[in-house]
Design a protein around this ligand. Sequence first.
Ligand code: ADP
Length: 737
Amino acid sequence: MRENEEKKQNRDEPKGALRRLAEIQSIAETTLSNLSLDHFLNNLVGRVQQIFMADTVAILLLDEESRTLAVRAAYGLEEEVDRVRIPVGQGVAGRIFSERRSLIIDDLSKVEVASPILREKGVRSLLGAPLRVQDHLMGVIHVGCFRPRRFGEEERRLLELIAEQVGLATEHARLYEAEWHSRASAQAAERRYRALVDGLDHSIVWEADAAANRFFFVSSRAEMILGYPVEQWLTEPRFWEARLHPADRENVLKEFQKLVSEGKDRRFDHRMIAADGRAVWFHTGMSLSGVTDTGTFIHGISMDITPLKQVEEETRAREAQQGAVAALGQRALEGTDVATLMNQAVALVARCLEVEYTKILELLPDGKRLLLRAGVGWKEDSVGRATVDTRPDSQAGYTLLSKTPVITEDLRKEKRFTGAALLDAHQVVSGMTVLIQGRDRPFGVLGAHTIKRRAFKEEDIHFLQGVANVLTNAIERKQIEETLRQKTTEAEEANRLKSRLVSIVSHELRTPLNAIIGYSSLLKDPRFQKDPAKLKEMQERIYENSRTLLELINRILDVSKIEAGQRELSLELEPVSVSDAARRAVSNLNPMGDQKGLSMEFIDDASAPTIQSDPAKLKQILTNLISNAIKYTEQGSVAVRIRHQPEEKKVCVEVSDTGRGIAEEDLPHLFEPYYHVVATESAPHKGTGLGLSIVKRLVEALGGTVDVASQVGSGSIFTVRLPYQIPKKEDSSSQKE
Ligand code: ADP
């Protein structure tokens, strides 16, 4: 109702140009203040309707793509708005647009312009104008009346003026919209970028002014990775430089300089110190964004590659360890002695595992203690002295027992064993130990220990075991070499003896044998057969030489029997009077001494008791010594003296002579088989060099000792000391086991 009244009022009002100008002014202001095009256009159609007192108003805008005009705002035509799309050139609006000029139609029904909607709506008269800004056409505005009306020129100019304003406003709004869109999409892009940048796992995205040495953007992950608030990055001058790992600082600064001077992207690895003091590894890639009067801008991304580096470093460490073990093995093969090898091994373990203490404990023969044979870190004087019990309540003892590697992370909490005094004294907390095998029994234990708590890894154990294996091999090889060397010496000795035997056989045995053969052939000679005295002499010579031969053979047999081993010397023990045995031996050999004009003496000791001994062996001993004394004495005497030594529970026999004596250099070898003093003209060879060696073996079999004192030219004294009882043999075979 009110609207109609208003319309009526307006219609009644005189069409004052002033008023219309005011309207345009207000429209122009609206265009400036209104930034939403639709809002502005809707507002506008209402005003235009009032100005022209029209029944319909429509503003159609060009859709560039389809080259059609679409109603964007309308009055009196509202319900049609959405479906109206008029191709350029068609209908009233299309014609206004294509002809680029305003149009007045007095009676629509009389014109041949297809305008079904307008006709449908009952529009009779119409005034339309193109919307444009200078040459740029953007749409059409038209006003219509249901009753026939003749729009005048003034009205046409008014609409054209309005159309101009609308054109401006549309353009303005469009520009604004475009601007708004681009700004919004830029903001969205910025938001997306930030989300992306902040969401980058393990990476810090940053932008900085290299000239000012200052960050102006840092992604929020920075705080998570290094622990410094982003704020600090942005405000603290030289923040980055101060947080670089000292070892990498120089290199990183060089990279920056290169980037700025050469402009090429740089990539490099470096460490930074985190707020909690950790060293964090980064792979940084950076580019130059631009150089202006105000600064040198660079941006980059730094990726946290600490885990990667750790793996890399661990791999490198493992490789170094393997190399070190191989080198140690090589040295062992080259024959480095075991002591040096042990020192190298403990140093190597300390270096490769970065531990404070390393040790090699050697199991001592008593099996009860382990000796610190080699080590690193222990207090002075510990190496070569400190011992650890083999009881399993120490880590080393436990390792010996379990025969497997033993790791302890905290000795104070260990339940399997307690720390040995050595470990306690050095504040050891963590450690691992492995067995060093020997050929027949464990050689000992190899260990690594730390003061700080440490969880040793599987690979560490493998490394330690590798070192222990090298030692095991070296020790075993040395043991084998030692046995081999002994065997070789023995074999050489046996060989030497054999050659001596051969020479004895060829020289000593041949002499009597040749004599026998010679005399025997003479026996057949008829000249001798007629001479009974000669025959008798020859028979005696043959007999004498045969005896010598037999004696020689017996001695050789004796020696080889004794050589073959103590066990074959079976003793037949009974109570024996050494005095009686000596007296008998002297009287037996009296004729031999008499022959050489020597005085033979026997001095007894009545206190000497009978002893437990083998009479046959004793006789052999005494006969040998006394006959030697006679053999090597040309004048003077041979004396045999018995001496009782009750405090030592021994009975001694001294055989002394006034003969040629023995040179000092020969004394140590006298009792070796086949040894005889170099013959001289004054002291020709008289024996096989076997007698004294037999004496020594027999005396020892009887539990006694024999020694000699002599001086060249004045004589010799051989002393045999025999115990009351032959001590029970500590079974030598059991000792070896
Ligand atoms: P042989 O059969 O040569 O006598 P022995 O083993 O009995 O062998 O003696 C070794 C060497 O010791 C002899 O060759 C001799 O030179 C020296 N010898 C042994 N007994 C005496 C002694 N009473 N006086 C001087 N030399 C001796």
